[in-house]
Structures are given as structure tokens and as C-alpha cells.
Design a protein. Structure first.
Lengths: 287, 327
């Protein structure tokens, strides 16, 4: 190491910081951008992350549309059309769990300690995380839509409605990412996050309208499915894509007002979990 | 003038198996431009101390300031003037060395151009220019530590916290890193170093604080600490273990404390007060008794002796993390 970087550069760096002391909002945005960039590099260098994010839903598409498709009845509709909204919902739901896994991983590996010794905005670590995972979910959704198109899925309500459907999927996934991010900070063990989210989310997607009409379910499960937030998300997307078929919409508030329910639910999740996660993060050095 | 000051720091972790007092009234001062070594066994509170001072952890009570900035009231002010390099190389292994440095530079708000330039400078200085554009994942242990240390230097900090910087490194990488740290100190950086390696503290630190059970149990330069536990020791190795009792009696006559005998029974040592003179007397007496020797000599106490004396146990030689981190 050369010897010409004595104390003077310290002062130079200091001046640099002062001269760049822009508004807090601008420096926060810069921190968020930097952390998002860091997380996206990881996705780019590890394409298997994306592969595993879409592998399971692709298997479900094949399983349900090709293997069981003939045995599942949808009133007056095309099952592949009906199925895909459920698949999209499932894709973003599981995609968002990555936020929790990765927060726990960063804590475990000491990256969070590194961030916390820097004069950056704490919350930027979380925003950078959820932003990157939103991009991952966006790419996954595009891949799933192309896969759906291959097996015959189409949307029928025009582009505007289609884009609204995509928007609502991403809004929900972003909000759910924050729930998972908080979980990641609290649980701290990446493997536990993975297993626990699978155990909870798997039945949640199955006892919903994602793959079957809820009126075909046993009574108790039908009631649960008609109030299941996943059902509301899937129903909202299904309506916006024009994939509902002719079956009567179940008579519960979330199913009658799925778009309102999903948007309200997402906003509520953000309102609760963004401050909660940021606050928890501040206390969560690696101990 | 003290650039790092800590007064009566306390931190207790509550766990099912009872309370762990990670810090039990620890106080510390480090004068500007010096290297302070924190030495202690696993779980003694070394890492906890560093984490309080570099703002990663809030103590339950006590005060601390770094470069005149209050750690508890203005953590961000502290973060601007320090660099920290952790026990486990906290660099992103999916990023290249250059990207890691650039990221840190941007998070110091140097701006894109300055962050890029600084990354280039540091890669050169740390001899990583060739490997700088490969993901850190493929780096050797020594390279990883270097890039980790480089990350801590992006803002040319006045004060550097090094938490077990060479744990797990091979001897050659360790020496390399020691040289880098020596250079930094020569340029005026103040360093607070934790280590389990006595030789590391001996080599790098101007001043050592021995920590055990969350408090400082001894302080001073390596020489002062060694002097504290007595000056020289006379050490003899016998040809025949059967002479051990005779030799023990002779050593006891000239020593100031109890005679120590190694497990083989053939090497005995005792602290003495008057240095080389005592060795002559011991040798003459042993000769008179007809005890034959393989080897005899004087040795100054090592930090190991200090450690053994102060903490009542051998320095741990494993590299597991401190207790509080698994708590």
C-alpha cells in the first residue's frame, strides 16, 4: 500500500461530503438507488434465482392446464383462462417471500452491519430490497404471462384493463414484500423463512379460488376461501383480464369488491409494515 | 488527547439460560494516532465494545464519544468519521471488489464519479487491481479481508475499528494485513483492534486493554503488562525426569513464586527477581546436586503468561465467535 494517502484525503472526503450535502430527500433517493442496484446485480449474476421463482408456477401451469385441466369444471368458461390469474397471484406471493429470505441472509452475513456503519439512511436498505424484489416479480409475471399465452391463455378486456391487472399484482407483491422483509429481520434465519412461508402460503393459495371455483369446495373451506385475501387478489386480476367465466360471484365483500379489497389491503399493509419494518431494522444489528 | 472515550458501558443480554453481562462497566480511552488492542477470550465483551463504539449497538447505560462526537446522541456523526471492518468479511460476494467499494463510496454520498475514482485508488493500494472486476465470491480469504478493510477506508477515516481482522487467515496473509495496518497507523489513523492473538496485539498495539467478563482487568503497553506479572523467569529442561524433585527444590529456593512444571515433568520454570544473576545461582546449585540439563535459560514473560495470570485460564485457541453473538 502506498504511503501518500495520509490525513489530508480525510479532509478532502469531508469537504466532498459537505459540498454534496443536497436535500435529505435527494440523498435518501440516492441511497435507495444504490442498494437497489446492489440487489439487482445479484439477480443478474444468479439467474437461478429467477429460474426458481418461475419454475414452480410453470409446473403448476402444466399440471393444471394439461394434466388435471380436463377434470376441473369452470362454469361456462375456459379453464386455462380461469387458471392463469391464480398462477399470477401465486407467482407474486411466493416471489415476495424472497424479501424476507434475503433480509435474513444479509443480517446473517454481516452486510447489514456494514450498511449500519455507513452514514446512509437506514430505511434505504429496506426500500432497496423491496424495489429490487418488485423488479424480480415484474420479470416473473412477464415470463408467466408468456407461458400462459403458450398454453392458450388470453385477456379479454382490453389493454387498459390488462395493465390495471398487472398493476394490482405488482402493488400487492410490493406490499407483501414489506411484510416478508419485517419477518426476515425478526426471524433472522433464511432457511426458517423459506420453510415457514411455504408452509403458510401453500395452503393459503390452495384454499382459495386460485385453481378451482370456491363453490366446489366443502362448506367450511368455501367460507374460508371466499374471505381469503388471496382469493380477492386472484378475483381482481381475473375480472380485469376478463377470465372469470359465467359462475356467480360468491356473496362476500372481498369477492364482490375484489379490486377495492386488494388495493385497500395493499395500502394497509404498506401503512403498517413500512414503518414497522424500518423501526425494527434500526434495532436489528447482528447483535 | 483521547479520540475514543468510553465510560462505564453496560450491556446485558437476557436469555432463557440467564442474563449475560456482555459489558459490565467497561471504560476505555484511546489517544489520537495510537493503536489500542482489546485482548480477551471468547465472550469477554471485545466485539460488544467495538459495536457500541461504531454505533451498531446501544449500551444499556454508560457514555461514549468518538472524535468528540457522542456515540449515543449522534450516531450518524460518528459514522462519518469512522471505518469499520468486521469479524466476518462483510462484503457482498456477488459484487466485484470494485462494485463493493463503489457502493460504499456512494453510501458515503461521495457521488458517482468520486466513488468510482476512490474505488480505483483503493484497489491499487491494496494490490487488488487485477482481481477487482471479479465477484468477491472467488476471492481467497486474504483477498477478502483486504477488500473488507479497503471498504472501511473509502472515506479515509480518522478512526478505524478492526474486529479480529486476521482471524482464520494463514500466516502469510496475516503478515500482509499487519503491514497494511502498520502503514495506516504510520499515516496517523487511530485504530481500535480486537484480537484473540496475543502476538497480534504485541505486534500492532501501542496499548493493550485486557478484557474479561465485560470489563477491563488490566491495561498498559505489552511491556508493562509483562512486567506486572514479574520480570524474568528461569527455565530448565532436565535430561532425566527423575531429577525433577531435586530441581524443583533448587528453583523454589531462588524463585519468587511457585515453580511451574510442564506436563512431561522435565521442564520447570520459576519467576525470579534479580534476572541473570539468579540463573547463575540456579545452574551452580543444580550442578552441585548432580542434576544434568538439556537446556537452561531466561525468558521474559509472554502475553500468554499475562493472560493466564489475569484471567486464570489459557487463551482460547479456537476461532469461534463471541458468546454474545450466538445469544
Amino acid at each position: 500500500m502506498s504511503t501518500d494517502t495520509a490525513a489530508p484525503p480525510a479532509r478532502a472526503a469531508d469537504d466532498d461530503q459537505r459540498s454534496r450535502a443536497t436535500s435529505p430527500l435527494a440523498s435518501w433517493a440516492s441511497d435507495v438507488r444504490t442498494v437497489t442496484w446492489r440487489n439487482l446485480i445479484k439477480f443478474r449474476r444468479n439467474p437461478e434465482i429467477l429460474l426458481f421463482a418461475v419454475l414452480q408456477p410453470i409446473m403448476f401451469v402444466l399440471l393444471f392446464s394439461q394434466v388435471y385441466g380436463g377434470s376441473i369444471q369452470i362454469d361456462g368458461g375456459n379453464y386455462t383462462d380461469y387458471l392463469m390469474a391464480g398462477i399470477f397471484g401465486q407467482t407474486v406471493l411466493f416471489g415476495s417471500t424472497f424479501s424476507g429470505y434475503q433480509m435474513a441472509q444479509d443480517l446473517k452475513e454481516g452486510m447489514i452491519d456494514r450498511f449500519r456503519t455507513l452514514p446512509m439512511h437506514d430505511s434505504a436498505v429496506l426500500f432497496g430490497r423491496t424495489n429490487a424484489d418488485l423488479v424480480l416479480n415484474g420479470v416473473s409475471v412477464v415470463i408467466m404471462m408468456l407461458s400462459g399465452a403458450l398454453v392458450g391463455w388470453r385477456f379479454h378486456e382490453g389493454w387498459l384493463s390488462f395493465l390495471a391487472g398487472v398493476g394490482i399484482l405488482l402493488l400487492f407483491s410490493y406490499a407483501f414484500s414489506w411484510v416478508m422483509a419485517l419477518l426476515g429481520i425478526v426471524v433472522r434465519t433464511p432457511e426458517v423463512i423459506n420453510n415457514a412461508s411455504f408452509m403458510i402460503l401453500f395452503p393459503l393459495t390452495f384454499i382459495s379460488n386460485a385453481f378451482v371455483q370456491t363453490d366446489r369446495l366443502p362448506a367450511v373451506l368455501e367460507a374460508f376461501a371466499n374471505w381469503n385475501p388471496i382469493s380477492a387478489l386472484v378475483q381482481a386480476v381475473r375480472e380485469l383480464f376478463g377470465n372469470t367465466g359465467v359462475a356467480a360471484t360468491p356473496d362476500t365483500f372481498p369477492m364482490q369488491n375484489p379490486i377495492l379489497t386488494t388495493v385497500a389491503m395493499s395500502v394497509l399493509m404498506l401503512a403498517v409494515f413500512v414503518p414497522l419494518a424500518v423501526n425494527r431494522f434500526r434495532q436489528a444489528s447482528s447483535r | 488527547m483521547a479520540i475514543i472515550e468510553a465510560h462505564d458501558l453496560r450491556k446485558t443480554y437476557h436469555s432463557r439460560s440467564g442474563d449475560v453481562h456482555a459489558l459490565a462497566g467497561l471504560s476505555l480511552t484511546v489517544p489520537e494516532g495510537t493503536v489500542k488492542g482489546l485482548l480477551g477470550p471468547n465472550g469477554a465483551g471485545k466485539t460488544t465494545t467495538v459495536k457500541v463504539l461504531n454505533t451498531l449497538l446501544r449500551p444499556d447505560s454508560g457514555t461514549a464519544s468518538v472524535a468528540g462526537v457522542d456515540v449515543l446522541h449522534d450516531p450518524e456523526g460518528v459514522r462519518r468519521v469512522i471505518g469499520a471492518s468486521g469479524q466476518y468479511a462483510a462484503v457482498d460476494e456477488h459484487l466485484t471488489g470494485r462494485e463493493n467499494l463503489e457502493m460504499v463510496g456512494r453510501l458515503y454520498h461521495l457521488g458517482g464519479a468520486r466513488a468510482r475514482a476512490r474505488a480505483g485508488e483503493l484497489l491499487e493500494e491494496f494490490d487488488l487491481a487485477g482481481a477487482g472486476d471479479r465477484p468477491v465470491k472467488g476471492f481467497s480469504g486474504g483477498m477478502r479481508r483486504r477488500i473488507d478493510l479497503a471498504c472501511a477506508l473509502v472515506n479515509s477515516p480518522q478512526i478505524l475499528f478492526l474486529d479480529e481482522p486476521t482471524t482464520g487467515l494463514d500466516p502469510r496473509s496475516r503478515l500482509g494485513l499487519w503491514e497494511v495496518i502498520k502503514d495506516l497507523v504510520a499515516q496517523g489513523t487511530t485504530v481500535l483492534l480486537t484480537t484473540q492473538y496475543l502476538e497480534e496485539a504485541d505486534y500492532l498495539a501501542d496499548d493493550i486493554s485486557v478484557i474479561d467478563h465485560g470489563t477491563v482487568i488490566a491495561e498498559g503497553t505489552a511491556d508493562e503488562l509483562k512486567a506486572q506479572i514479574g520480570g524474568h523467569r528461569v527455565v530448565v529442561t532436565l535430561v532425566d525426569a527423575a531429577d525433577a524433585d531435586t530441581a524443583r527444590a533448587v528453583l523454589a529456593r531462588h524463585g519468587t513464586e511457585e515453580v511451574q512444571q510442564d506436563t512431561g515433568g522435565r521442564t520447570l520454570s520459576v519467576p525470579v527477581s534479580e534476572g541473570p544473576g539468579a540463573l547463575q545461582h540456579v545452574l551452580a546449585d543444580l550442578d552441585g546436586e548432580g542434576v544434568r540439563l538439556h537446556d537452561a535459560g531466561m525468558r521474559r514473560p509472554t502475553l500468554d503468561d499475562v493472560f493466564l495470570r489475569l484471567t486464570g485460564r489459557e487463551q482460547a485457541d479456537d476461532t469461534t465467535s463471541e458468546l454474545e453473538e450466538s445469544a
